[in-house]
Design a protein around this ligand. Structure first.
Ligand SMILES: [Zn+2]
Length: 419
């Protein structure tokens, strides 16, 4: 495409894209503008139907797999080649906004429509992917669809997933109309030629620095643990301080040990959080006998992240011996951080320059479907600003200009990759 054409085109269609984003946001379990779309719920199914209709109207061939991952394909001149893919998710946590995930899906569709309108000739197919359940709301595990595609979550593990009420994934999936063997979801390495995901930053830096887009070089991955500390309960008045085995006091030491370990790696990208602390029996006049905490440690460097986990384990041994409490640690997950593909990053950079957009290379600190797709295909992400870095809230916002810049750079990138 010529520079003149491609600079004009995204502006021409941005109104339609914004209208589609707003229409998608209206499909919600909550009163709009609050977006709640939990996977396989009624709103999720309506949203899927809406997006599917848009894809078909754009002339794409739509199919889905057994877990509901949806693929909208624009055939290339050589259909035997693995497709270049783009996409994201449309499920939303309770009380969310319009843009998380949806910008990558509808923006990806818009990029495809722009290229089609320009009469762009593909060699490789381009597929728009809508992944099932990026958010962990229903089954407690994030990136369900991409995780299964990458073979990180086995069909056996998936079949064991339950919602809070004890209803299983299989029942939910069947009711949503997704049948077929879960064994067929996993894709081989090279399933996609390349994958690039457009997404809002969910952090404040691009807006603060006045940049149009961010080229994501690495995606941090969390390691999560559940730690149960068992001490000895008793009357808060009757039991004197010497010889106490207060489980909460021990937990407090672990929480501070985690904070200290995360701060001391020397890397700005190391973060450690305890977000859950359940105290038993939880009475004002009762010494805590059992405490459960969860830890979330993230880095783009797996060795640094695992070093924090090791420091926490060492602190646990020391606290356990000194206080006479038992500490049981269960690893919930520890996915590898993602290093983004240099060839896709080069295409993104060339596209940003050609589109006249300002950019920087940056790290993604939140989890994305790309984290898992990177296991089966070279992957990178393209970030756009979001106001105040706010996400997962109804006041999440990305301006039409920001979205237009992202779509413009994405369209050029897909053109380069699929040519
Ligand atoms: Zn997202």
């Amino acid at each position: 495409m010529s520079a003149a054409e491609s600079q004009a085109t995204p502006q021409l269609t941005i109104d339609a894209l914004m209208a589609e984003l707003i229409a998608l946001g209206q499909i919600s379990e909550a009163e709009p503008p609050v977006v709640t779309r939990v996977v396989f719920g009624e709103a999720d199914l309506r949203a899927r139907a809406y997006v599917r209709g848009l894809c078909e109207a754009a002339g794409l061939t739509v199919r889905h797999d057994a877990i509901g991952n949806t693929f909208a394909r624009w055939e290339g001149s050589d259909p035997s080649l693995p497709p270049v893919a783009t996409g994201s998710h449309i499920d939303a946590i309770p009380n969310a906004g319009l843009y998380d995930g949806c910008v990558g899906v509808l923006g990806g569709l818009e990029a495809i429509r722009v290229l089609k309108k320009l009469g762009f000739k593909l060699r490789r197919p381009i597929e728009l992917v809508i992944f099932t359940a990026e958010e962990p709301t229903r089954f407690g595990i994030g990136c369900l669809g991409s995780r299964m595609m990458a073979g990180v979550l086995s069909p056996h593990q998936a079949r064991a997933l339950r919602d809070k009420g004890g209803r299983g994934l299989e029942e939910w999936r069947a009711q949503a109309g997704f049948t077929g063997a879960l064994e067929s979801v996993a894709a081989a390495k090279g399933h996609f030629h390349q994958f690039v995901e457009l997404h809002i930053e969910q952090g404040p830096t691009l807006e603060a620095e006045g940049l149009d887009v961010g080229l994501v070089t690495a995606i941090a991955a969390p390691a999560s643990q559940r730690i149960v500390i068992e001490g000895e309960g008793g009357h808060a008045g009757g039991k004197l301080m010497p010889g106490r085995k207060d489980a909460l006091a021990a937990a407090a030491e672990l929480i501070l040990a985690l904070e200290s370990a995360a701060k001391s790696t020397g890397a700005i990208d190391t973060v450690g959080t305890v977000g859950v602390c359940e105290v038993f029996p939880g009475a004002v006049n009762s010494i805590p006998s059992r405490v459960t905490i969860t830890t979330d440690v993230r880095d783009i460097d797996a060795a640094l992240r695992d070093g924090v986990l090791a420091a926490l384990a060492a602190a646990g041994n020391e606290v356990s011996a000194r206080r006479g409490v038992t500490i049981a640690t269960e690893l919930i997950n520890a996915d590898p951080p993602t290093v983004c593909d240099p060839a896709i990053l080069a295409a993104l950079e060339a596209s940003a320059i050609a589109a006249g957009k300002t950019y920087k290379r940056m790290v993604a600190r939140a989890y994305h479907d790309s984290s898992f797709v990177s296991g089966i295909a070279p992957t990178a992400m393209l970030f756009i600003p979001c106001r105040g870095g706010v996400s997962h809230r109804p006041d999440e916002y990305a301006s039409p200009e920001w979205i237009g810049s992202g779509v413009h750079v994405l369209a050029r990138t897909l053109a380069l990759l699929a040519a």
